[in-house]
Design a protein. Structure first.
Length: 329
């Protein structure tokens, strides 16, 4: 009831005192910040209170079929490099990061108009792990720092000795990857057709079955895991298809990307860098230990790389103020 709500709010202000009231006033501006001396006819807007809640949970999408980054086993569940890195990053940043298993196309489906994936649009998760930072994605999504070296594309064929070139050939790609149909059109202009598949395993199976003549795959370690114990070979390589794998977040989740950046910074220096080195070696991933990319979502106020969509540094100050206010409450 509006009257009872007002009485509770007034009583709360009287218990908090001046210091806590000042902290709470930091949490909003204009109509969002309500004075301790508000009139008796005003009520607290629940939508404002919800908007000022501390961000402590970041739901992250993992693909279940992308070894060595993430893959699902019916007996043991999901495992991989991304699983361990997410846990370390979120632990360092003090975040709760539930893992959402779904096709990577739920985050990015290689739509020719740049639309994000259906799951990202519906808000089923905040960010997705291991997406290459590319201009087309940077124009509409928020990215963390890259945690791998720049992605390279490799062109795989069944018989390297009999390969005569891409002209007139059918090339398979993985939908939603950095080496998708758009990358193939740019890198392999002579191909007769480009066929998209839902994941790398389906692509490799179709290459082995001669459905396509070649396969364009990104990330060496991924291609290696998919083709081990097979007769497939590499006939061409394309450097820096993307700046490197990062956490790709919804454009309205810039703050979550900033918090993941803080966690990534901490993981990079954990145990003098030994922790991350061991993790990367264990999963055979070419990690990036120092670079911050050309256009990440910055977590530092002095960084020159703030983008036009970035939340100002004051967001972090507001988070601190909220946490202190919560303790006082």
């Amino acid at each position: 009831h509006p009257t009872s709500t007002h009485h509770k709010s007034t009583a709360m202000w009287s218990r908090l005192g001046t210091p806590a009231a000042f902290l709470l006033l930091l949490l909003g501006s204009g109509t969002e910040a309500r004075s301790a001396a508000s009139s008796s006819s005003e009520t607290v807007d629940p939508t404002v209170e919800l908007a000022n809640q501390f961000v402590y949970q970041v739901a992250i999408l993992l693909s279940a079929d992308r070894p060595p980054f993430s893959y699902f086993d019916p007996e043991v569940g999901v495992s991989g490099f991304d699983v361990e890195l997410v846990r370390a990053v979120c632990d360092e940043a003090g975040l709760d990061c539930p893992l959402i298993l779904a096709p990577h196309t739920e985050a990015w489906s290689s739509d020719p108009k740049g639309y994000m994936g259906a799951g990202m649009r519906r808000g089923e998760f905040d960010c997705a792990a291991s997406f290459g930072s590319k201009p087309a994605r940077l124009s509409g999504m928020a990215f963390s720092y890259p945690y791998t070296k720049p992605e390279a594309g490799v062109l795989l064929v069944r018989n390297t000795s009999a390969w005569t070139g891409v002209s007139g050939k059918a090339v398979g790609v993985v939908l939603g990857s950095s080496c998708d149909q758009h990358a193939a059109a740019r890198l392999l202009a002579g191909a007769a057709m480009v066929v998209s598949f839902t994941d790398g395993q389906e692509l490799v199976s179709n290459l082995q079955a001669s459905t396509v003549d070649a396969a364009l795959l990104c990330e060496d370690s991924y291609a290696h895991r998919l083709t081990e114990n097979s007769t497939l070979g590499v006939v061409d390589r394309f450097e820096e298809v993307s700046e490197g794998l990062s956490y790709m977040c919804h454009p309205r989740k810039v703050l979550q990307a900033k918090l993941l950046n803080l966690g990534l910074r901490a993981v990079r220096v954990k145990d003098s860098g030994i922790f991350l080195q061991r993790l990367c070696v264990a999963w055979n991933v070419s990690c990036e230990y120092t670079s911050f990319g050309s256009n990440p979502i910055s977590d530092a106020p002095s960084s020159p790389s703030f983008c036009s969509r970035c939340t100002p540094w004051s967001s972090i100050v507001r988070l601190f103020a909220m946490s202190v206010a919560a303790v006082i409450l």
